[in-house]
Write a protein that binds this ligand. Structure first.
Ligand code: 3HC
Length: 425
């Protein structure tokens, strides 16, 4: 079988790129979007990329027009009926793909091949949504599709050799290098790449380094074209989160679990670059794109969550805590009452003897000039005064060496051994 006409479902970040490279290679290509607005947005991004190529001298204006001439946009699935290969590049949502693949199966000619650009869902499972599982396979492109050379071609146990061969040939014809692999979640690239990106977020979340330093470390230390945080923004925070969820569900390995910071950024609507033509809103702010902070935003978020959880604990007070609190409150009230009584007594004595209040206090403290802390304590705070012992006159405890005899003396006393001196070994 030879592929002559191609259909692409979805004209977002990946779909538009796939449609572009297909048309650029001379294949008549129909690209379908859910509505006219999303379609125009996707086709607009293709036009801009091609114009960028013309401006850079990578292609001529004529070949740009030829490419655009091979492209047809539509919002109807029926327009894909005569395609030999249809690449599904919709959002990573199993229910959505089930519905879409069912509709494609009914609309396409019987020998058409259906490929999914999924990065993590099971191709075998996607095949069960059609009546042609032997003609279903995975075609995993990389972002930005026109510049990235690789395509992972994924076959299932049911994919026919004929379908695989036809798709491999088409990939070569559009200028890509093929890596054939089996149907395992994440295939080859994402199995290795996703834990790396998630680990970079964890490093950032823990405050080990700033976002720029993390990215520079991997760019300059390992020669990667992009740092991992920039790459996560580039792939899209929601896409990365969704892939991580699917991979964690499959393998149950902690390295695939999305870090809390990524989850919160996605929940807060920060999707970054991955907001494609068919993206459902969200902000373009990410780790490094527009509005991403240089230092871990996670710190503030996690601190706020901890505070909230502490407040929550306070609300759920146990009965024994209440009793303890009541006892503490009574004790505080008693101390306060004692202080008030003391102040009143001192004032009374001063009035009676026509002595100054300070004098009365001095008498009560045994002639010692009253210290600030003593004001409400001595002499009526008897309990406190009694506990204030002269430790220097305390008899040594048998078996315990006095602190000074341990040899830890200050520089001034002649023996330079202390916490901040170099003699500590
Ligand atoms: N038309 C034609 N050529 C163009 C072009 C255009 N509109 N725009 C750029 N180019 C060319 C440039 O001329 C240049 O070509 P040259 O090497 O011959 O000079 C080349 O493309 C690189 O372009 P730039 O110099 O403008 O940009 P950079 O050097 O910064 O490279 C990049 C950009 C290729 C995106 C590079 O940063 C990169 O490789 N990043 C890593 C991307 C990556 O890892 N992607 C995979 C993501 S994972 C994924 O998608 C899977 C998913 O499931 C998660």
């Amino acid at each position: 079988m030879v592929i002559r006409k191609v259909g692409v479902v979805g004209c977002g970040l990946m779909g538009s790129g796939i449609a572009q490279v297909s048309a650029q290679a001379g294949f008549p290509t129909v690209v379908r979007e859910i509505n006219a607005g999303a379609l125009e947005k996707g086709l607009g991004s293709i036009r801009r990329f091609l114009q960028g190529g013309v401006d850079k001298g990578k292609m001529t204006a004529e070949s740009m027009q030829q490419t655009l001439g091979k492209l047809e946009g539509t919002t109807e699935i029926a327009k894909l009926a005569d395609c030999d290969l249809v690449v599904e590049a919709a959002t990573e949502n199993l229910d959505l793909k089930r519905e879409l693949l069912g509709a494609l199966d009914s609309a396409l000619k019987p020998d058409a091949i259906v490929a999914s650009n999924t990065s993590s869902l099971s191709i075998t499972e996607l095949g069960t949504f059609t009546k042609r599982p032997e003609r279903v396979l995975g075609l995993h492109f990389f972002n930005p599709v026109p510049l990235m050379k690789l395509v992972e071609v994924v076959r299932t146990v049911r994919t026919s050799d004929e379908a695989l061969e036809a798709v491999n040939q088409w990939c070569v014809a559009i200028g890509k290098t093929v890596v054939n692999c089996g149907d395992s979640t994440g295939f080859v690239v994402n199995r290795l790449l996703v834990p790396y990106m998630l680990d970079a977020i964890r490093v950032f979340e823990q405050g080990l380094a700033s976002r720029d330093d993390i990215d520079n470390a991997m760019k300059l230390g390992c020669g990667y074209p992009m740092g991992p945080l920039f790459l996560t923004d580039y792939v899209g925070l929601d896409t990365t989160y969704s892939i991580a969820g699917i991979m964690f569900e499959e393998f149950k390995e902690p390295r695939f679990a999305a870090p809390p910071l990524l989850k919160r950024m996605v929940l807060a609507g920060r999707r970054s670059r991955g907001v494609g033509a068919s993206g459902s809103g969200g902000s373009r702010a990410g780790f490094r794109f527009r509005g991403g902070g240089a230092h871990p935003p996670g710190m503030a978020v996690l601190r706020a969550l901890r505070l909230r959880s502490r407040a929550g604990r306070r609300r759920r007070i146990q009965p024994r805590d209440r009793a303890r609190d009541r006892r503490a409150a009574r004790r505080r009230a008693g101390i306060l009452a004692g202080r008030v009584r003391g102040i009143r007594a001192a004032r009374g004595a001063a009035r009676a003897g026509r002595r100054s209040l300070r004098r009365v206090r001095r008498d009560r403290t045994g002639g010692r000039r009253e210290r600030r802390g003593d004001r409400h304590r001595a002499p009526w705070g008897r309990r406190r005064a009694a506990s204030r012992r002269d430790h220097s006159s305390r008899p040594p405890v048998p078996g315990r060496r006095p602190a000074r005899s341990a040899g830890r003396r200050s520089r001034r006393s002649g023996e330079a051994v202390g916490m901040s001196t170099s003699c500590i070994t």
